[in-house]
Design a binder for this molecule. Structure first.
Ligand code: NAD
Length: 243
């Protein structure tokens, strides 16, 4: 039985994680904490194996350091880590077991979309990305769209239409050389389509997240995998694929 503590349990992702952990027969929810609780003391007193953290960017590093310096492993979904902070955490938990997973995206379909897009771009390099989200989303384009563009560009994907005219604005914003189009509309949660064009053919790869439960299979997988993977892992894809 893996003993789990959820930090940020009153929030949207934390409360979903509570339900997800309670459903699994090999996981036991032994404690839950939120703002104002002494995380370090509770990890020790509850003797937890893994802490799941969905809090907020302003306290992400502080919480994650407390977890990294404890005997427990960590599954961190809170966003907003700087590269220097990731480097510091890698040092703090080198060889630590159970390890620490920091995953900016726990949606398995979103990770598969990126993986499949990289494969497709090796054969169909002309590509554009459309991402669609709810109107309250603060950033545009989404982090997942930019990450997808980066991965595709490393594998030779490119924009088709030449740039440099006043019409460029309507052609999407270039990220890593690939046009990204953002749509913000009520009714959507988080969706992305990657469209590849070729001679007489096209290929669309689309991913849709309908609600926050889409993240939970990834969180549960992360909890199990940090038990057997020491040190820092950045990105759930490392627990999904062998390469
Ligand atoms: P939320 O605002 O609904 O919940 C945040 C919770 O954290 C609240 O209950 C709040 O009281 C608590 N909190 C704040 N400061 C704290 C502290 N110092 N210690 C303990 N608890 C504290 O937010 P949310 O929608 O649940 O998102 C939480 C985080 O997860 C955000 O950073 C968000 O971007 C991220 N997120 C990640 C993924 C992913 O796949 N990795 C998916 C969705 C959201």
């Amino acid at each position: 039985m893996i003993r789990v503590l959820i930090n940020g349990y009153k929030g949207k992702m934390g409360s979903e994680s509570v339900l997800a952990v309670e459903k699994e027969s090999d996981l036991e929810l032994v404690d839950r904490t939120d703002q104002g609780d002494d995380l370090k003391a509770r990890i020790e007193s509850s003797k937890v194996d893994v802490v799941v953290d969905f809090t907020e960017p302003s306290c992400a590093m502080n919480n994650t350091k407390i977890i990294a310096e404890s005997n427990a492993g960590g599954v961190i979904g809170t966003t907003g880590f700087q590269q220097s902070e990731l480097d510091e955490l890698r040092n703090v938990c080198a060889n630590k077991s159970p390890g620490l997973l920091i995953a900016p995206n726990f949606s398995i379909s979103a990770i598969l979309l990126m993986k499949l897009s990289v494969i497709a771009s090796q054969h169909m390099p002309d590509v554009e990305i459309i991402e669609l989200h709810h109107p309250k989303k603060k950033d545009a384009p989404s982090g997942t769209a930019v990450k997808t563009a980066e991965l595709i560009s490393e594998s030779q994907g490119k924009a088709t239409v030449p740039r440099g005219t006043s019409d460029d604005r309507a052609l999407g914003e270039l990220h890593f050389g690939i046009p990204v189009h953002s749509v913000r509309l009520p009714g959507f949660l988080a969706h992305q389509e990657v469209i590849f064009g070729g001679e007489g053919q096209s290929l669309s790869i689309r991913q849709d997240s309908y609600n926050r439960t889409c993240f939970m299979p990834g969180v549960v997988l992360g909890i199990r995998k940090v038990m057997e993977n020491p040190g820092l892992t950045y990105g759930l894809e490392h627990f999904l694929f062998n390469d």
